[in-house]
Design a binder for this molecule. Sequence first.
Ligand code: AMP
Length: 438
Amino acid sequence: MAVNIVKGTRDIIGEEANAFNYIENLLKQICELFAYNEVKPPVMEYSELFVRGVGEASDVVRKEMYTFLDKGDRSVTLRPEFTAGIMRLIIQNKLLATSELPVKSYYVGPVFRYERPQLGRYRQFTQFGVEAVGNDSPEIDVETIVLAYTILSSLNLDNVSVVINTIGDDESRLNYKNALKAYFAKYLDQMCPDCHTRYELNPLRILDCKVPDDQKIVAGAPKMKDYLSDAAKERFNKVLSLLDALEIPYVVDDTLVRGLDYYSETVYEFHYVSSNGNDYGAIGGGGHYGKLVKELGGPDVAGVGFSFGVDRLYSVLKDDGLLPEGLDNPIEIYVMPLGEASKSLAMQAASTLRLSGYRVDFCFEDVKLGNMFKRAERKGARFAVIIGENEVNNNEVIIKNLTSTEQITVPFDKLVSKICCEMGDECCDGECQCHKES
Ligand code: AMP
């Protein structure tokens, strides 16, 4: 019996795999414009990192981690998010001491969460994001928002709203948590068991509860904005005025708190509704974290970052017809050996063309010529290079333009220059004689 794929995971193949590459390459290019450098932490870390980093009150740590004992009885976890691992990487490699601050990093790779599989929600998915660590200014918060916004604009995702809020400094959050505790204490016996745990560990997390009856109670809860210290208000106003100056549109939502425990001050999400009305909710989000680096054993510095789900970016782009043409990776040239004796020369032809930068495929199966042409067409080839017994004997190749159907025979050593002229590439050095001929 065949073995199936693990529940909640999926295979990404063909055009979708190429679309992932297209998205990831574009994200990387934009990060580099903003002077962020790629980092590649390992997929697994000691479990303690996420318990301390992401927070034991978060759903991610309480219910969703892939945690197991390795053969040395150490508890390790497949990363459920990147931020904690990047903080560990920055601290362990002493990047804060040896680099200019902030240390600006970006990442892309798989993350694992044991969630209930459903449309757009997987147990392994790809996250892309950035972290800027070692600077506590409103400006760096705003730089990350501008970076994310630039990425979304470059992907032509115009129906995005930037939703932003502040969850304040330590003092504001302490006061707010106390107010939430006082409020929820009255309703706790009507609320779900999860909310009882949240109440004890971090009452802010109750605001994320998805149980409809609990949401009604949450609607009447105190609002963060009424517990902000003057300093937190001032900082947030600075963030908003910078966004105004940079003409980044946003919506302030005072119920936005984000699901991971390390956030403080500015938090934000990017929401998307596709042109056919599909509401994707948050396709990415992030925020400022004041204490995370210190809690993980590093210096007392702040950071800010966001992450996007690449799977979700792909669905949105696909849904709105915004993926570029040609993601099925058409080849340029199809090499067709006619018979056993021509395979060696045909392989040399393919090799020479590939080394000159052409995308070339080779017909490995012994099929009829007509079938080879059909394959060439399916693969999107513009030219066929045909090599039969005659060509082998004369050390020649046939080049057939599959659009005009014209064909020419050229000496093997003129293959590349002839193809180059036929493709209209600006590489002709006169060697091929094409320009003299015309
Ligand atoms: P978070 O780390 O929870 O803030 O998630 C950041 C982004 O990752 C979300 O906005 C989604 O785009 C994506 N994401 C989160 N969970 C999943 C999941 N289970 N499957 C696919 N994408 C996800």
